[in-house]
Design a protein around this ligand. Structure first.
Ligand SMILES: [Fe+2]
Length: 301
């Protein structure tokens, strides 16, 4: 049986009370930059450089998180950004040597890691919702300290930080695959202005290493937007469109076979229910043989 509303079904776990949260000192959020959240007392600098945060065989639901780190235009990805993640174990406790990791974004601004779903722990007499702690930065600058929560977590409404209006876009849905693993997308935008482009892009003459999204043109657009993408090897391609909160809006391409080369397809701006998509920011995700290989944002006017 496929699990539904998994977060509602999971038992509360963890009994470690703690206090002493301090407010972070991030600069005021501008544009669509991701909002900050409290750091909490369990951050340790120089965590292992690993995309596998939980020890082998760790208790808990296996969880894969992917995302893209953007400049504050929420369109231009930041390559080689540092995503420093730490979280509680299945029992709600923090450990010095596990459940921590530093990962860096690739040339498309994408990052990913594998771990287990964080447990809940007591803050006073109330459980905090399950969450990942993030510190995200580029070259040590403009560090953002924040937290990622999960849709359907019944502890969110009673948690002063997760229930804050500013956290709304940091509450992400989790889906369950055929192997009972959880998957989530957590995109981050740092409060750094995107660099001016010269028109001469790096690596344009190099052979692309994998299938990727080249452009959405025009961007922003009101109608007749086109996404251009490159298929590295003949493969089954999917192109999925997500709202900023991580909810899938529609599949623009659903597991269709493509030969290698440059491709383009028009973005139909009706959603899966055939209703006009509201204006706003959206995320396109390209998958090659079911493996996400790139993501890009576009603005619908
Ligand atoms: Fe925490």
């Amino acid at each position: 049986m496929k699990r539904r509303n998994i977060l509602k079904l999971l038992p509360l776990s963890g009994t470690i009370p703690f206090f002493g949260f301090r407010l972070t000192e991030n600069p005021p959020t501008t544009g669509c930059a991701t909002t900050s959240d409290i750091e909490g007392p369990f951050y340790i600098a120089d965590a292992p450089a690993t995309t596998s945060l939980a020890p082998i065989g760790a208790a808990g639901e296996v969880c894969f998180i992917t995302g893209t780190v953007y400049y504050n235009d929420c369109t231009t990805p930041i390559k080689n950004a540092l995503v420093d993640v730490w979280h509680a174990n299945d029992g709600g406790g923090y450990e010095d040597d596990h459940y921590r990791g530093r990962v860096w974004t690739d040339d498309g601004g994408n990052y990913s890691f594998r771990t287990i779903l964080p447990g809940k722990y007591l803050n006073g007499n109330q459980f905090r919702p399950r969450h990942f702690h993030y510190k995200v930065s580029k070259d040590g600058n403009n560090e953002l300290t924040t937290q990622i929560y999960f849709e359907g977590d019944t502890s969110i409404p009673i948690d002063p930080w997760a229930s804050n209006e500013s956290a709304a876009e940091r509450i992400i849905p989790l889906t369950v695959d055929d192997y009972e693993n959880l998957h989530g997308v957590a995109n981050i935008a740092l409060n750094i202005a995107a660099p001016m482009t010269t028109g001469i892009e790096e690596g344009v003459n190099e052979t692309p290493k994998r299938s990727h999204i080249l452009n959405v043109v025009p961007n922003p657009f009101r109608a007749n937007g086109v996404v251009e993408f490159f298929v590295k090897n003949p493969s089954e391609i999917s192109l999925e469109c997500y709202a900023l909160n991580g909810k899938m809006v529609k599949k623009i391409i659903d597991k269709k076979y493509f030969t290698s080369g440059l491709k383009s397809i028009e973005i139909d701006t009706n959603n899966a229910l055939d209703l006009k998509m509201p204006s706003g920011l959206y995320i396109l995700r390209l998958l090659e043989n079911d493996v996400p290989t790139d993501a890009k944002r576009f603005v619908l006017l």
